[in-house]
Each structure stands twice: as C-alpha cells, then as structure tokens.
Design a protein around this ligand. Structure first.
Ligand code: GUN
Length: 291
C-alpha cells in the first residue's frame, strides 16, 4: 500500500507556482490576485478560506478577503461580486460555499464572470469541462487528477466508482475520470443516496472516490483488494482529547481499508491540500489568460 501524499504533492505544485510568480514579477508582469468572499462565520469555511489566503501569500500572489455578516442581503452580495468582476486587479473570484439559506448559491455563482471563475462552478465552466474544452476545473476534482498524475497512475480502462453527486466534487469527478485523458479513460459509475447495491458496486471499483460526507462510511468489505481509494470527506467529529474539541474524519474507515489498497489518500493530508494547490493553478492561469 502506498499513501498518495497530498501534502507533499501540493507543496511541490505551490513551489513551482512560486518560481513562476517570481518570474512574472521580474518581468514586470501582473501578479495573480485572488479575491475570496466569506459570508457568516461557519468554522470549516473560515478554516478553508484562511488556508487559501495563506497559500496565496506563500506563492507571492496578491489576495483579498471580503467578509460579510450572515444576514447580508442577496442583492448586496451580488453587488459585491459585480464589483470584483469589474476590478481589473482581481484575476480570480472565490465565494466560499455554503452560503446562508436566504441566498441562492446558483445566483451568486452565475454572477461571477466566467473569466474569473477559478472555482469552475459557473455553468459555462461546467459546460466547457463536459465538452472537453479548456476551462477552470473545480478545485477538488482537479486536485485529485493532479495527484493521480503526480504518482503516474495510469487509470486507462479502470472501473471508477464515485460515491456522491455534488456539483463541487462528485459530478465533475465523474466527468474528468471518464474523459479522454490521462488520468481519465475510466468506465465510471456514479452513486448517490438512492443507489441500490452500493456495497457491491464499490467492491467492483479499481478506483473508488468517496465524496459523500459521511465519516468512515466506506468499510473494508466494500473495497476490492488492490483498489485505489480517494477519500474526499473531511467531517469534524467531537473529540474531547483534541485541543480544538474535534477530530477530522474522512469518508473511509482508513485503518481497516488502507491495508487492502494499492494507493490511498489520508485524511488530513490527502485531497485537502490538493484542493488548495488546484485553486492556485486556476488563479495563475486566470491571470495569464486575462492580462
Ligand atoms: N465549499 C466546499 N468546497 C468548496 C470549494 O472548493 N470552493 C468553494 N467556493 N466553496 C467550497
């Protein structure tokens, strides 16, 4: 069993971006700038956005963080996005999800100009990705593809099973794994809450992506010997032995599943850091394409 080390791989990507950004600086070209928008004070969202801003600082990107109270009106938030669309200094816009219930995620996502859509959530970005055209790929599935590529895993012809059909992870992951690329060229099954015989389907996977957000859902009996397991879950569960009061749990019962795998991602230190690296790749690209 080999661990797919997202922390190391992400650090390598971030280092490469750091070198390229220094080059831009030396050539007097525009330095990438990411604008992050955070609404309310969801603990996990705070952590994710802080990690994104930290990565920008480490690379030498510029970043701005716009914070709004949870009771901001939808119109006001849409107005803030429009201002960022019109700001030539801003290359990428990221509105951290989930948003408060009174605000439509869809409306806000669709308000972001596709040329600044570094999250790849806009329907234009998604449509381009589905058709195999150049587009911004959502950071989590993009990060997973970069991780498979880094470890030179040839996925051609594999049976891939994706558990979870969210717009952020499961659905784009299924598209990327089935696309005519390497990694890619998999035969993909996408599973969700109404899937029958889930255990049996998972057991047929050469590559299993767990992205349903249920701690330790994937048990050893659901995994084929020699499978590649990608754990996207990262749920906070109460743990009084931790200073923070919680432990982070993946969607995979790691201790039981890992010995059966050819490759597996740990939690933390697997998909999480790769998501950040992928967002930074998108931001760099947005800057190069828009300036
Ligand atoms: N919430 C969970 N994952 C993501 C992500 O990748 N981007 C944004 N904007 N919000 C998220």
């Amino acid at each position: 069993m080999q661990i797919l080390d997202g922390k190391l791989t992400s650090a390598a990507i971030i280092n490469e971006l750091k070198i390229k950004t220094a080059q831009l600086h030396n050539e007097g070209k525009k330095i990438p700038q990411l604008a992050a928008v955070l609404v309310g004070n969801n603990g996990a969202s705070e952590t994710y956005v802080a990690a994104k801003v930290k990565a920008c600082n480490e690379i030498g990107f510029r970043s701005s963080l716009l914070r709004f109270d949870a009771d901001i009106s939808e119109n006001k938030l849409l107005g803030a996005v429009e201002e960022l669309n019109n700001d030539p200094e801003v290359d990428g816009i990221l509105v951290q999800l989930p948003l408060p219930k009174h605000i439509s995620d869809e409306k806000v996502i669709q308000a972001i100009h596709p040329s600044k859509d570094v999250d790849g959530f806009h329907p234009i970005s998604v449509g381009r990705m589905v058709q195999g055209l150049p587009s911004y790929i959502p950071a989590t599935p993009y990060g997973i593809m970069l991780l498979l590529e880094h470890y030179k895993i040839d996925t051609k012809g594999m049976n891939a099973v994706v558990v979870g059909r969210s717009n952020i992870v499961g659905r784009p992951m299924s598209i990327l794994l089935s696309s005519n690329s390497n990694p890619g060229n998999c035969t993909v099954t996408i599973c969700h809450s109404h899937t029958k015989n889930l255990e049996e389907i998972c057991k047929g996977a050469d590559i299993l992506v767990a992205a349903l957000g249920k701690p330790e859902f994937v048990k050893a009996e659901m995994v084929k010997e020699g499978a590649i397991v990608i754990d996207v879950g990262i749920t906070r569960v109460p743990d009084s032995t931790k200073k923070s009061g919680f432990a982070l749990k993946g969607d995979v019962d790691y201790a039981a599943v890992a010995p059966k795998c050819s490759f597996i991602t740990p939690v933390p230190g697997g998909v999480g850091p790769m998501t950040i690296a992928a967002l930074m790749m998108n931001t760099f690209r947005a800057c190069r394409e828009n300036n």
